[in-house]
Design a protein around this ligand. Structure first.
Ligand code: NI
Length: 178
């Protein structure tokens, strides 16, 4: 297991559409997922998508009990989600601030669907089918966007809400520039 380099915005590899995962339960997949959790935990991220470490597969991880980057967020179950399909459960969207480990030091307000169904499989090929809302739904939409080559700044509608974390949220850990 090891901590992998997280690609930063501007790297063209973040703009690719990811390929579906076709093999499950392999040693290579186990190692990749272990590296992704090590990398996400090291960066105190709420989620991480495989393309962020240069692996162009439809694989995301997310979840935490408490997160210093999002101290007010409710806990989200630790999840490995492969080949995801998202279905909004209503047209309602809400805007809230997001950051991204590939866009360090910045936050922006992004509209996302409030309620959502997501389906896919875990690392063993077992089906996942959940209906979620709020921050959980936001995290899933953010991570799955990475599989489509979309970074959250591309979703910002009000650029007056886009800026440096240290300026807009000075109470967050000053050593955390993500
Ligand atoms: Ni991200």
């Amino acid at each position: 297991m090891s901590i992998r380099e997280i690609l930063k915005m501007g790297d063209r590899r973040l703009l690719r559409v990811a390929e579906p995962v076709r093999e499950f339960g392999t040693a290579a997949m186990d190692a990749l997922i272990a590296d992704m959790f090590d990398t996400m935990h090291d960066a105190d991220g709420a989620g991480l998508a495989a393309p962020q470490i240069g692996v162009n597969l439809q694989l995301v991880i997310f979840g935490f009990k408490q997160n210093t980057r999002y101290p007010d967020a409710p806990q989200v179950p630790e999840t490995v989600l492969i080949n995801p399909v998202l279905t909004p459960l209503s047209d309602e969207k809400e805007s809230a601030f997001e950051g991204c480990l590939s866009v360090p030091g910045l936050r922006g307000s992004v509209p996302r669907f409030t309620r959502l169904r997501y389906q896919g499989v875990d690392q063993f090929g077992n089906a996942i089918d959940r209906e979620v809302e709020g921050f959980h739904a936001r995290v899933v939409q953010h991570e799955v966007d990475h599989l489509l080559g979309i970074l959250y700044p591309m979703r910002i509608e009000d650029f007056g809400s886009f800026g440096f974390t240290s300026v807009m949220f000075p109470d967050l850990d000053p050593n955390d520039d993500d």
